[in-house]
Design a protein around this ligand. Structure first.
Ligand code: MRU
Length: 363
């Protein structure tokens, strides 16, 4: 078992990738089995498997699938990488796996394809294991930012369903719960596809967290009521200047957090930081089909044919972000310098917090 969301099946039962179908949760724990790359690409596009770190793991296993099947592995890697454009981990995982494939092919005289396929599976497993270790480390670093009796607001889904470990923001929330510091987890439902109410509430319930879901539009009045001490989210891509692309609705929360002087903290592994993208304007935001907005669980909620604006993500500027927690430490505030040091492997990097945040953080 690589993670609850994904399992690699070796031959003779495979090669195949068994995915927990996240489109059917929480109603049903159904498995989708991908036996070829087009099947995996379809599963990634439909969000059967989703969330930045898990897309990296799935992409790597997709390269293994192509290698085992004797497909054109370079073409397969390209098609997996282009399945979704915003989460940087997808291309990162695919490229790592493809590099392992090419390296294993060199210097093999006997059955090189099979040996290379096994090497790719090992690389994909190592990506999942590294993600689990990163998750534990993010939880440790992030816990330092959680005050006693914390009422935490989160958006989208960032737990074990998207990770080789306990996730990103959700791993910090679990650590806070275990440390006795979590008074309440507020979960944005996360329209249009309800990753918050369907998936995060599912994970929160299983973990026994005190939690409640709210309509995204209720976050403003919740903050105005003083019922939130800190906001924690994940990220799909972090540009070199500290701009964060994450599930649509994250930016509105960051604006609200600034207005209400509540810390807004992003939790993501270093693999989500993309120093090749200088700023938020360079991040490609995935546009998704209109029917995700005009219907809910297949039931129309707008007249047939109504056009819709449906970006899957939005970009939050670094000026609104209090801190970015990674497995290597905390960039506080996030900026080109702090992120570069973190990705280069140094330890904790901190700068002064915005005064507005300091007042509220520990009061
Ligand atoms: O479209 P999704 O469901 O793949 O979007 C996922 C998110 O936006 C998550 O918040 C992000 O990937 C961080 S997951 C640790």
């Amino acid at each position: 078992m690589e993670a609850p969301a994904l399992r690699w099946l070796d031959p003779p039962g495979g090669p195949a990738i068994a995915l927990l179908d996240q489109t059917r949760l929480p109603a049903e724990e159904a498995i989708v089995t991908c036996t070829d790359v087009p099947g995996l690409v379809d599963a990634i596009r439909r969000l059967v498997v989703r969330g930045a770190p898990m897309l990296g793991v799935a992409g790597a296993f997709g390269v293994a699938l192509a290698a085992y099947r004797g497909d054109d592995v370079a073409a397969a890697a390209a098609s997996i990488e282009s399945a979704r454009p915003t989460a940087v981990n997808l291309g990162w995982g695919v490229r790592r796996a493809f590099a392992a494939y090419r390296q294993a092919l060199q210097g093999q005289s006997q059955d090189p394809e099979r040996v290379a396929a096994r090497a790719v599976v090992a690389e994909a497993r190592s990506i999942a294991a590294q993600d689990a270790a990163a998750s534990a480390s993010m939880a440790r670093h992030g816990l330092a930012l959680i005050p006693p009796g914390a009422r935490v607001l989160t958006h989208c889904n960032t737990g074990a369903l998207v990770s080789g470990g306990e996730g990103t923001a959700f791993a910090v929330i679990l650590a806070a719960h275990r440390a006795g510091r979590l008074a309440k987890l507020w979960i944005d439902e996360t329209r249009p596809l309800l990753q918050g109410s369907r998936l995060t509430a599912y994970e929160a319930r299983r973990a026994g967290l005190p939690h409640a879901v709210l309509a995204d539009s209720a976050a403003a009045s919740l903050l105005a009521a003083g019922a939130v001490d800190i906001i924690l989210t994940g990220a799909d891509r972090i540009a070199a200047d500290g701009s964060v692309a994450n599930k649509v609705g994250t930016y509105s929360l960051a604006v609200l957090a600034r207005h209400h002087r509540v810390p807004f903290v992003v939790v993501a592994p270093v693999s989500t930081i993309d120093l090749d993208t200088p700023d938020g304007a360079g991040i490609e935001v995935e546009q998704r089909p209109a029917d995700e907005v005009t219907s809910v669980s297949g039931v129309p909620v707008a007249p047939a044919g109504t056009p819709a604006y449906n970006p899957a993500f939005d970009v939050t500027p670094p000026s609104l972000i209090t801190a970015i927690v990674t497995e290597r430490g905390i960039a506080r505030p996030p900026a080109a310098g702090t992120l570069r040091v973190l990705t280069a492997g140094s330890g904790k990097v901190e700068g002064p917090l915005a005064a507005a945040h300091v007042e509220r953080w520990w009061s």
